[in-house]
Design a protein around this ligand. Structure first.
Ligand SMILES: Nc1ncnc2c1ncn2[C@@H]1O[C@H](COP(=O)(O)OP(=O)(O)O)[C@@H](O)[C@H]1O
Ligand SMILES: [Mg+2]
Length: 213
């Protein structure tokens, strides 16, 4: 379960040659909510209203200005860097633009192997192979995908690669930041259905933000 209490994030606006703070953007202002395992909390809002800032702050990719974020009962805003790294394995994010978030020079195999290595989740060659196959199966990509580069895929397939990468580390909580808004409308429903199926199968919980332009 994730419990957010009185979360705020403001960005300073600096001006003049001394770069003094001359104002503030209050991107997230005193937000509180709870998300339970297996649930999705959706947030809809216009561009610039603070959705991305809130989503990234939940994972402390952006440091909050105030408030607390309780993940499984622990306030993660108080964790030091190494405790936070371990916690982040359980909290993943899927970005709006699948192309920008994939390294164009890495094959799908290296993209998916990287998080497994970082978190030391596989110890033998056959364990890697098995886990890669499992990840491809989750997102319904063929085995041949492993040797290809991001530009060889369609937008929907690229987002599937991002989803597989997020799943690699056995996350529990996933932030979906307008994960389908860059895709063709005909593809959006497929990716949304995939995320919903995965939620059931893996008992994930989501914080999902959507634009409403
Ligand atoms: N790193 C930053 N520095 C300063 N202002 C920022 C930064 N990131 C976002 N903002 C501002 O915070 C507000 C919310 O942005 P954002 O969270 O990206 O909104 P959304 O995702 O809903 O479009 C905007 O006014 C934006 O300009
Ligand atoms: Mg955004």
């Amino acid at each position: 379960m994730l419990e957010v209490r009185n979360l705020s994030k403001h960005f300073p606006i600096r001006g003049g040659i001394l770069g003094k703070e001359v104002g503030r953007v209050q991107a997230v202002d005193d937000v509180s909510f709870t998300i339970k395992r297996g649930e999705t909390l959706g947030l809809v809002g216009e561009s610039g209203c603070g959705k991305t800032t809130l989503g990234r702050t939940l994972l402390r990719l952006i440091e909050p200005s105030a408030g607390s974020i309780l993940f499984e009962g622990r306030d993660i805003t108080q964790l030091n860097a190494s405790a936070m790294r371990a916690m982040r394995r359980k909290m993943q994010i899927i970005f709006q633009d699948p192309y920008a978030s994939l390294n164009p020079r890495m094959t799908v195999e290296s993209i998916l192997t990287e998080p497994l290595k970082i978190h030391q989740l596989c110890h033998t060659k056959s364990a890697y192979k098995k886990r890669l196959q499992e990840l491809l199966d989750y997102v319904q990509l063929p085995r041949e995908a492993l040797n290809k580069y991001p530009h060889e895929f369609s937008g929907g397939q690229r987002q599937r690669i991002c989803i597989a990468r997020a799943l690699a580390v056995y996350p529990e909580f996933i932030v979906c930041d307008e994960s389908v808004s860059a895709l063709d409308v005909s593809i959006q429903a497929q990716v949304i259905n995939l995320l919903m199926d995965l939620q059931k199968e893996l008992k994930l919980y989501y914080f999902e933000v959507m634009g409403n332009e």
